[in-house]
Structure formats: C-alpha cells, structure tokens
Ligand binder design. Sequence first.
Ligand SMILES: [Zn+2]
Ligand SMILES: [Zn+2]
Length: 115
Amino acid sequence: MLGTVHAAEHGLIGLLPLFTICDRWDVGGVSIASHPQTGEPTIFVYDGYPGGAGIAELAFEASERHVRATLDLVEGCRCDDGCPSCVQSPKCGNWNEYLDKAGAVALLRLLAGTR
Ligand SMILES: [Zn+2]
Ligand SMILES: [Zn+2]
C-alpha cells in the first residue's frame, strides 16, 4: 500500500505544473498507508510556499483532469516498474524507495472512476 500511494503521489506531483502555475519544486507531498485522521490510505500534495501561493486552489479545481492525465502518463509509460518519466521523483525524500507502479495505476483508475 505504501508503495502504491507513494508512486501515485510522485506521478501527481510531476504533472501538477501542467494544471497550475508552478514548478514541481514548488509542491511537496506526503503519502501514508493509513492516516489517523482519514483512517485510510492518504496522499497529500501541498503548496510548498509558506502561507500558500494559490497552487492548492488551482489543483483542486483541476483535480479530475489532473488525476486522469496522471493515470494516462503512468499507465502509458513503457517502463516496467517505474522510472523518472512516471513515478520516480528527483526530489523524493525517501530515495524513491517503495514505489509500486502497478498499484499506482490501479489507485489512479479508482480515483479517475475508470476501473
Ligand atoms: Zn516509467
Ligand atoms: Zn517520494
């Protein structure tokens, strides 16, 4: 589960600049297999500026398109288990440990409503 939410988080962050006026270095992410406040696997993608630069609002508005585009990218990527073009991130604080590309595709499908 951790690899699934982690890989999906990276994919989402990588594509966010297409939908908001930002750079991937402007946003941060945290993914947790079971978060105490949601009781579920949870991915946070947050605006990295103190106080926020409006990225979260734009991202929220574009969320459906954003999730779909991320699904297309990760699912369409020709690598086997994740590469820098899809689910690996140059700024990962965990050295891209535990990334489950297939899991991320399944999760993104669920989020996009196309199983
Ligand atoms: Zn790939
Ligand atoms: Zn990471």
